[in-house]
Ligand binder design. Structure first.
Ligand SMILES: [Zn+2]
Length: 265
């Protein structure tokens, strides 16, 4: 699943391709918005909020999309009509066409009503004005909840998925099953939030990130930057114990993290 860093890179790519130009192609292949036509509107900006993409038009309309598990946006040169069966949104300007593939959500909202679709999100770890105090307050609101599950909850902090949550917990030497209250009693919550932010910010411009999932599917090892994610069965780079997988959260939304049971406590 694309995490906050990948979504932010996608927003930047879409913004660079479309902002400031009139829309010449508008084709939403999504039942609830299939009849909408925003040709002639100008793209004001494309921004990321957590894992959500907000494409704002000068008509006061926002195209809201979410990549969910397998979605992506690709930008290509203008050309013949898009015949890709996985295309769920096609937005074109004179110089570029953006194709949203396998999107998990496509909807239109008034720009002034964006809070209805992203207002539930906790502080965005990639926001330059990230509010760490607010993130800590939201963490502490569920003291008995395990850290792994809590970090993945976008209402607490926005941006982390299983990959960077695993890495943040390892960096902070905290276990995914350790409760918020336990970590707080040891005065470690602030460090965890700081590590999560540092890791996600670094990932935005880090090497090899965008190709990670492709390489993972091909059976290649993850980039060296990963210390525990995708490394179950291998030695922990910090203490040498065997990295394990653990399920966090409740079915059907349970997710799998990797961690070192010896040095993450
Ligand atoms: Zn270890």
């Amino acid at each position: 699943m694309p995490e906050g860093d990948a979504v932010l890179r996608t927003a930047r790519r879409l913004h660079a391709a479309l902002a400031g130009a009139p829309i010449t192609t508008w084709d939403l292949r999504w039942p609830s918005v299939a009849t909408s036509d925003q040709r002639g509107a100008v793209t004001v900006e494309v921004v990321a909020r957590g894992k959500h993409l907000l494409h704002r038009l000068d008509r006061g309309i926002t195209l809201h999309t979410h990549l969910r598990m397998d979605g992506s946006w690709r930008v290509r040169a203008p050309g013949p009509p898009v015949r890709d069966p996985w295309a769920r949104a096609v937005v074109g300007a004179p110089g570029a066409v953006a194709v949203g593939r396998r999107l998990g959500l496509v909807e239109l909202v008034r720009t002034s009503d964006e809070h209805r679709v992203v207002g539930h999100l906790g502080p965005d770890l990639l926001d330059p004005d990230f509010d760490a105090d607010e993130a800590l307050a939201r963490l502490r609101s569920t003291p008995q909840r395990p850290l792994g599950e809590t970090l993945l909850d976008q209402r607490v902090m926005a941006g982390l998925g299983t990959m960077w949550a695993s890495e943040a917990l390892h960096a902070a030497a905290l276990g995914p099953l350790t409760t918020v209250a336990d970590a707080d009693a040891r005065d470690r919550l602030g460090a965890l939030v700081g590590d999560a932010r540092t890791i996600l910010v670094a990932a935005v411009d880090g090497p090899g990130r965008s190709t990670y999932r492709v390489r993972a599917r091909a059976g290649a090892p993850p980039p060296a930057e990963h210390r525990v994610y995708g490394k179950a069965g291998q030695p922990c780079p910090r203490c040498g114990a065997t990295v394990r997988s653990v399920e966090v959260g409740q079915a059907p939304t349970a997710r799998t993290l990797q961690w070192c049971p010896r040095c993450q406590v």
